[in-house]
Write a protein that binds this ligand. Sequence first.
Ligand code: MG
Length: 384
Amino acid sequence: MPHDLRTCAVLASPCDPLGDPLLSRVYLAPPRPARTAFQRDRERVVQSRAFRRLAGKTQVFTSRASDHFRSRLTHTIEVAQIARDVAARLGLNEDLAETLAMVHDIGHPPFGHAGERALDDCLQRHHLRFDHNLHALRICEHFEQRYAAHRGLNLTLGVREGIIKHSRSYISGEHPNLVPYFLDQRPPLEAQIIDLADEIAYLTADLDDGVESGLLEIGHIRNHVAILSESYADVATQHPGVDEKYLFNGALQLMQNTLTDDLIATTLANVLAIGATTLDDIRMHPVRLALFSPSVEAARLEEKRYLHRALYSCPELTIEHDKAEEVVKALFDFWIDFPEELPQGYVDEIPAEGLARVVADYIAGMTDAFILQQYAVIKRAVRR
Ligand code: MG
């Protein structure tokens, strides 16, 4: 990297906690000389209840079908190791990148994207929206309650900015409460790489889990996904006569390496091309600099379209998505009609937040198993 573009580079070692606004917290935290600010944030995230619940949330396949599918938690760990690798090789702040990866999916509701769509549909009827990045911020600032001195995890400004801005931008006119997060500036590179590390992780994992589920066939993937097909041919040349399953595993690994190496090389080239030498240069550039090269971006889009066509919208998963929607919408409507049936902590939030937002908050926090349990209880209660 030219010069030092690490976010809070000077404070990568523990020293003056007031030196950089990105290291500031809403509530003063007692000093921990052995830990950097972002290491402490990583601990706070990993020890949160919302993080533990990721183990019970769907990534693509529900864990009921197989113990080998990714959950949101194992997906998160895969994103973290890619993000840390990319950050290290670009000379960025690895602790910030890892913490942002650990927290990046914490705002996802149960049942993966089907659950998110259903919750958003429910909220739109009340002129609100569901956004998992903003929900993640609400969890970290408000819902986690484990400290005597304050509500929330009291994360640094740098991590809170990355939570909301790693995958999209917000306009201050539409989100006045987000103004402290430098909405007119690009996020630091540590946040920019998270969205692409997420892409690399799921593009690899969803092919793997798709084959494990029996919904995708290796030969079919090879015929339709060029980047996988090329990786497979390379591995097959090196290991003639080896079973298809192991060649496929090797091809997935090689594809992940290709995507990761391309992200690193392209991002570095972009940084050099604009002559960026400081974090401000990254922030003030009109577009994000963490990108894939045009050829790998085209390969990424081809695979993404394939996954949508062949996997995410296949009849077997559509049945699961329909069931997820039915459960989310039935529970949402039930608690809108009977708010007194919500847990007391949520009832107490209604005057400040409004009923629809509170119901969505409650549902969004649930694991797949817990929401199905609630659905069964409420169906029994309604029948009586
Ligand atoms: Mg993710």
